[in-house]
Design a protein around this ligand. Structure first.
Ligand code: Z5A
Ligand code: MG
Length: 216
C-alpha cells in the first residue's frame, strides 16, 4: 500500500489572533503523536527575498506596491517545491500565514488596480492547503493582547480593512472551501482544542478521499 502523504495546514488571521502561538502548539502536539512535521512561516525573513521584505516592513526601505506584493509571493514560491516534497514523503507542513495574507494585506492598501483578484494571480499554482485555520478575534479582544508594534502595516485603519477583506475572501472567493473559522478570543487551551478537532476532521477528509495535494 502506498504510504500516506503529509498534510498542508495553514494558520491565518488578524494581528495578535494567536497564529504563532497556536502553530507552535500544533507542531508540538503532532510531533508528540509521532508525526513528521515541518514548521514554516511567511514571510520567511531568512532568505534574500525575505530580508528585502523584512527591511520594507520595518520601514528601512521603500518598495513600489506591486513590487512588494510580488516579493511576498516570490518568498512563497521559493519554498513551494520544498513543501510539495515534504508532503509527498509523508511529512505534514504547518505554515504561519500564507497567500491569504498575501492577497488581503496588499488589497487593504486601497491602491487602484490592486484588488483581491489581481493580488491572487501570482499565487496561482502554489501548493493549496488541505485546511486553512482562520483565527477570528474581535478588534477589542486583540487590543487587550498589546498595542500595535512598529512595523509598516500595524495601524488601525489598515487592520480594519484587513479584517473586512478577510471576510470577503471567506465568503465570496474560491478560498472559502479551505477555510475553517475558529473563535480565537478564548483561552489558549480552548483555542488549541478547537484547532486539533478541525485538523483531525480535515485529515480524515484527505485520507478517506485519497485526495492529492492540490494547487491554488
Ligand atoms: N504580510 C503581507 O503583507 N503579505 C504576505 O504575503 C504575508 C504577510 C505572508 C508580518 O507578519 C506582516 O507581513 C503582517 C502581514 C504581512 N503585517 N501586519 N500587520 P508576521 O506574521 O511576521 O506578524 P507577527 O509579528 O507574527 O504578528 P502576528 O502574526 O500579528 O501575531 P500572531 O502570530 O497572530 O499572535 P501571537 O504572536 O501568537 O500572539 C500575540 C500575543 O497574544 C502574544 O503575547 C501571545 O502570548 C498572546 N496570546 C496568544 N493567544 C492568546 C490567547 N488565546 N489568549 C490571550 N493571549 C494570547
Ligand atoms: Mg505571528
Amino acid at each position: 500500500m502506498a504510504s500516506k502523504r503529509g498534510k498542508l495546514i495553514v494558520f491565518e488571521g488578524l494581528d495578535r489572533s494567536g497564529k504563532s502561538t497556536q502553530c507552535e502548539r500544533l507542531v508540538t502536539h503532532l510531533r508528540h503523536q509521532g508525526q513528521k512535521v515541518e514548521h514554516m512561516r511567511f514571510p520567511d525573513r531568512t532568505t534574500p527575498i525575505g530580508k528585502m521584505i523584512s527591511n520594507y516592513l520595518s520601514g528601512q526601505t521603500q518598495q513600489e506596491d506591486h513590487v512588494i506584493h510580488l516579493l511576498f509571493t516570490a518568498n512563497r514560491w521559493e519554498l513551494a517545491k520544498a513543501i510539495e516534497s515534504f508532503v509527498k514523503e509523508g511529512t505534514t507542513v504547518v505554515v504561519d500565514r500564507y497567500y491569504y495574507s498575501g492577497c488581503v494585506y496588499t488589497a487593504a492598501k486601497g491602491v487602484s488596480g490592486l484588488g483581491l483578484d489581481w493580488c491572487r494571480q501570482p499565487e496561482v499554482g502554489l501548493p493549496r492547503p488541505d485546511v486553512c485555520i482562520f483565527l477570528d478575534i474581535a478588534a477589542e479582544e486583540a487590543a487587550k493582547r498589546g498595542g500595535y508594534g512598529e512595523e509598516r502595516y500595524e495601524r488601525k485603519e489598515m487592520q480594519d480593512r484587513v479584517r473586512e477583506l478577510f471576510g470577503e475572501l471567506r465568503e465570496h472567493h474560491d478560498e472559502r472551501e479551505d477555510i475553517v473559522v475558529i473563535d480565537a478570543g478564548r483561552g489558549v487551551e480552548d483555542v488549541e482544542e478547537a484547532i486539533q478537532k478541525a485538523a483531525v476532521k480535515a485529515w480524515d477528509v484527505v485520507e478517506q478521499s485519497g485526495l492529492p495535494l492540490r494547487k491554488v
